[in-house]
Design a binder for this molecule. Structure first.
Ligand code: CTP
Ligand code: C5P
Length: 332
């Protein structure tokens, strides 16, 4: 463009292990500080050296970060310590990091050099979400199922945004945050609308592979997220790990998602299909649990000849991730 002088390339880097909306929110803020966002992601080996083994391998982490809607480019295997040389190499004006301090294995601030060179800017860390916190919730999940009266008590006693099931979340959702994450453009005339529904708990690379495959069935992808109580009913245990508000942001962070239905009904109803002008309803390879009355939740789209099963080729589930994390903890 003719505006070359004011075109600002911004650098972020990190582990981005178990990517959540806190990471996405930092990338969103960084993108707002410039025009083009480059994200350096560390290798497994670097992470192992400085803070212990990651849960997701580097190929998975590169792919997840690349799919976040504010990311323009990913640099694979970026060094753990951010230097002036790295910023220069990728022609970035400055780097952005949350307002928490990251240390190397020998206790040095990984951003000291760029801070001294005034090439460092801070964004606001998202309160109420971190990998450590998620791991804590997973440990709760493996305990006995909360009994119904206990969970109902948790709702009525007004424990903020906590999931009544895992009983853990400090995150406060706001309309502003949803707007910042949402796509403001609706579908264009003639767009083929694809609808999928699910829990999308701990949004992971299996979900991403599935959504990218589903999106290929049309032009505009709507993701229905079931309420916490519904997810709990069909997934059992203390699911979901992330409450509806958190799952909304986690899902909206990805470029492939056009729109989210917040608290979608379990069964895909005629009303839903008509109001969103849904052309095709898609489900992945995981089993389809029947509705509380024994009905097939996809009966309506099937009746209309608008249902499709697709295999994304990725068998990963939220349960697999929990298993990986528990194993990873034992490796420390
Ligand atoms: N980040 C944030 N808000 C959070 C969690 C992370 O803004 N709730 C930011 C960090 O400040 C950093 C970027 O996300 O700028 C990537 O950080 P990374 O090294 O991947 O993660 P951690 O800071 O270790 O985050 P977590 O503890 O959740 O793994
Ligand atoms: O399990 P959950 O409700 O989050 O799944 C949401 C959707 O993603 C479902 O259609 C499911 O079949 C699909 N999925 C998939 N491959 C995975 C994980 C989920 O196709 N590995």
């Amino acid at each position: 463009s003719s505006d070359k002088k004011s075109f600002t390339r911004v650098w972020c880097d990190g582990c981005y292990d178990m990517v959540h909306f806190g990471h996405a929110n930092s990338l969103r803020q960084a993108k707002e500080m410039g025009d083009y966002l480059i994200v350096g992601v560390h290798t497994d080996e670097e992470i192992r050296k400085h803070k212990g083994p990651p849960v997701f391998n580097e190929e998975e982490r590169y792919r997840m970060v690349r799919a976040i809607k504010w990311v323009d480019e990913v640099v694979e295997g970026a060094p753990y310590v951010t230097t002036k040389d790295t910023l220069e190499k990728y022609n970035c004006a400055f780097c952005v990091h949350g307002d928490d301090i990251t240390m190397t294995a020998d206790g040095k601030d990984t951003y000291q050099e760029v801070k001294d060179a005034k090439l460092y800017r801070e964004c606001q860390r998202t309160a109420g979400i971190s990998t450590t916190d998620l791991v804590g919730r997973m440990l709760l999940l493996t305990r006995d199922h909360l009994n119904r009266s206990e969970s109902e008590e948790a709702i009525t006693s007004g424990k903020g945004e906590s999931s009544p099931w895992t009983g853990a979340s400090q995150f406060l959702q706001t309309s502003r945050k949803i707007m910042q994450f949402a796509d403001t453009k609706g579908p264009k005339a003639g767009d083929r609308i694809v609808y999928v529904a699910g829990a999308f708990d701990l949004f992971h690379i299996g979900h991403l592979d599935f959504l990218e495959a589903a999106a290929k069935e049309g032009d505009y992808l709507i993701v229905g997220l079931h309420p916490d109580s519904v997810v709990n009913k069909y997934k059992g245990s203390n699911s979901p790990i992330m409450n509806l508000n958190e799952r909304v942001l986690n899902t909206l962070a990805y470029r492939v998602v056009s729109e989210v239905v917040i608290g979608a009904p379990y069964a895909v109803s005629a009303e839903l299909m008509d109001s969103f002008k849904v052309d095709v309803v898609v489900h992945g390879i995981t089993p389809i649990f029947e509705d509380y009355d024994g009905a097939d939740p996809y009966a309506e789209p099937k009746r209309r000849g608008k249902f499709k099963l697709i295999d994304s080729g990725n068998p990963l589930t939220t349960e697999d991730i929990i298993t990986r994390i528990l194993k990873n903890r034992l490796d420390f």
